[in-house]
Ligand binder design. Sequence first.
Ligand code: HEM
Ligand code: HEM
Length: 222
Amino acid sequence: MHTATLNRVYVWQIPVRLYHWLNGACVTALAITGYIIGSPPALQSGSEASFGYWFGTVRFIHFTAAFLFFFNFMFRIYWGFAGNKYAQWRNFILHRKEQFQEAVEVLKVDILQAKSKPIDSIGHNSLASFTYFITFIAFLFQCITGFGMYAAMSDAILPNLFAWIVPLMGGDFAVRQWHHLTMWFFIIFSMVHVYLVFYHDYVEGRGVLSSMGGGWKFIEKK
Ligand code: HEM
Ligand code: HEM
């Protein structure tokens, strides 16, 4: 059995971890309530229709989670400037040759399974960073389309900043379709993401999985 001496490195600061789990909880609540909004079940009830408000509650949860999700996301963008070197925004945009080389290495490990050696990076590996970047763009799109639709039912300033989105995208119907489709992106992303986090935890043995809990990773001493 291979043994190694490990260094304990504090990678994910508390703001990144809080952001991550609040974001995960919001996306889960938004996907469940959004799915119900898109395909409402025809629930039968003996009481007066005006006493039933379950669908209103579903929408209320969607909108509350939406505001939390939006401000949490804005906070993560701020932390991309204020946080430690692993949280910095420039990690998420592939621009250096080594980042592209590492992304190819990760593909060899994750998809082709042609290698099982650990990836050297301490923060997110380059391919993971790139997929998070795509996810952040999708978060932005979901906020823009969501607040665009919400503008029709609110006098608040924030949603009304996005009121022009609906006519631009061809009307309410089109915006809802895109908003709905993007939900499936998050569902697929989450499944692949959780699988890969477990897989890298196993292949690398550096505590990737628990790093989003305690913040620490364990890196071989060179
Ligand atoms: C991960 C984030 C989100 C997901 C997965 C999501 C998902 C969905 C889905 C699937 C629908 C139903 C669309 C349809 O008719 O088929 C919906 C509706 C809607 N969402 Fe979102 N959403 C998210 C974020 C947001 C945000 C940030 C807002 C901002 C306020 C928002 C506002 C709305 C509004 C206004 C509707 C229409 C509700 C209605 O007409 O009853 N959503 N969402
Ligand atoms: C049980 C479910 C989940 C687990 C165990 C998990 C675990 C992790 C771990 C360990 C990392 C850090 C990986 C590394 O160090 O390179 C990470 C990062 C990330 N995860 Fe998750 N995750 C989960 C659910 C989700 C969900 C539902 C979403 C959103 C759709 C999400 C979005 C992200 C993002 C955006 C990052 C990058 C964080 C940043 O730098 O701000 N995760 N996750």
